[in-house]
Design a protein. Structure first.
Length: 406
């Protein structure tokens, strides 16, 4: 699979097209059509319009508030953002393919959300701490986590596969929304320690309806915690559209808790980079939390166990294909003469090498130690865990005994 085919990859859809009325797309399309901010004196998140620095056609537009956060970005760094998105998409495509081949039990694809993750991920500092959910493969890439480590959990051979403290990147969280509580508590601890680092917590539009997220907003606001809540609004919580979860744009919920909210074009890597930098710097200055709503779209299924053609209209998906974050960035690079064919050819070769390595590493993963689940449950051990370990050992031994009887 080449970089070109990877970047242009589209999910399969059934031939039947569902009506907008049956799938609730009217509100989605209305929100997607909002104009970008242009007023120099507007405060971030003051209206419902998207922060946008790069249009779907790949044209650079100005924003007085956020331009300073990307003003010094170099052509090399722009190529780096494009490379990050392409390789993240290639890794994601390989993981989806491996699941279809029976090599993974499940996979949650990020297809279409690369700009939101790479832009925000590259905005973090090394000493910041990241709390992901289970779809932040691009953020993990930015934090230096080997992508093959992400696959162990989905293959069932480990519970995460990386040390969170090595890259300040927490293990994936399957319980929806609970990582926002962890992030808030960690951020409150940072304040007590007197550090100037910040925390960023990722979650989706579906998780925004969870009580854990509401509690996190309350505590972070009251204690002025240095945390950025980064919501990737891909508009579908599995089969539930956003308009069935909220009557206002998600970023406006921050107002009720007493801190700023801002909506950014989640398919614009430059805008996501700038807005997240702004929010993180605000947190480091002691100005408290921020809610960033990255308005994007999940181009594929919720997970590989899902069939989005049962609840989404073909027209909706096709309209978002035209806003592809990778294609718009490539258009910008070519129009600005920031990248030549040699760069794209080298990246294509790198993409192929990554795909091959992912396949080889996954298929070579050893079976897990059956007793690893009992490790690190308590820092100093626990009698109940010892008892459960002994019971499990006896259970395992019973299979050997049955073999001997035969």
């Amino acid at each position: 699979m080449t970089v070109e085919s990877t970047a242009a990859q589209k999910p399969r859809r059934s031939a039947g097209t569902k009506s907008a009325a049956s799938t609730g797309t009217t509100g989605t399309k209305r929100a997607a059509s909002g104009a970008k901010r242009t007023g120099a004196n507007k405060s971030p998140g003051a209206d419902t319009q998207l922060i946008q620095l790069l249009t779907p056609e790949g044209k650079r537009v100005k924003d007085a508030t956020y331009d300073p956060y990307v003003a010094d970005i170099t052509p090399e760094e722009l190529r780096g953002l494009y490379r990050d998105m392409v390789l993240t998409r290639r890794f994601d495509a390989e993981a989806t393919s491996l699941q279809r081949q029976g090599e993974l039990g499940l996979w949650a694809s990020l297809l279409g959300q690369e700009a939101a993750q790479i832009g925000s991920g590259r905005a973090t500092r090394e000493d910041d701490y990241v709390f992901p959910t289970y779809r932040e493969h691009g953020v993990a890439w930015c934090r230096g986590v080997d992508p093959t480590n992400l696959l162990g959990m989905f293959r069932g051979v480990n519970n995460g596969g990386w040390d969170p403290n090595t890259n300040n990147f927490h293990l994936y969280t399957i319980v929806i929304g609970s990582q926002t509580l962890h992030a808030t508590g960690y951020a409150m601890g940072i304040t007590k320690d007197g550090a100037d680092s910040a925390v960023i917590a990722y979650f989706g539009d579906g998780a925004s309806s969870q009580g854990d997220v509401a509690e996190s907003f309350t505590f972070s606001a009251v204690y002025n915690a240095p945390v950025v809540f980064f919501c990737q609004n891909n508009q579908w919580a599995i089969s539930e559209p956003t308009e069935k979860q909220t009557r206002v744009p998600l970023y406006q919920r921050a107002q009720g808790y007493g801190f700023p909210g801002v909506r950014v074009d989640g398919n614009d890597v430059l805008a996501c980079l700038a807005v997240t930098k702004w929010a993180l710097e605000r947190a480091r200055r002691g100005e408290g939390p921020t809610l960033v709503e990255a308005f994007t779209y999940r181009m594929g299924a919720h997970t590989t166990s899902d069939d989005p053609t049962k609840y989404r209209a073909d027209e909706e998906t096709e309209s978002w294909e035209a806003k592809d974050p990778i294609l718009r960035m490539r258009t910008y690079l070519e129009a600005s003469n920031h990248a030549d064919e040699g760069f794209f050819a080298e990246l294509e070769a790198e993409s192929e090498a990554l795909g091959k390595r992912v396949r080889e590493v996954v298929r070579a993963m050893p079976d897990p130690d059956h007793f690893a689940i009992f490790e690190n449950v308590y820092a100093d051990g626990h009698a109940l865990v010892d008892e459960e370990r002994a019971q499990f050992a006896a259970y395992q031994a019973s299979f050997a005994d049955e073999g001997e009887d035969k």
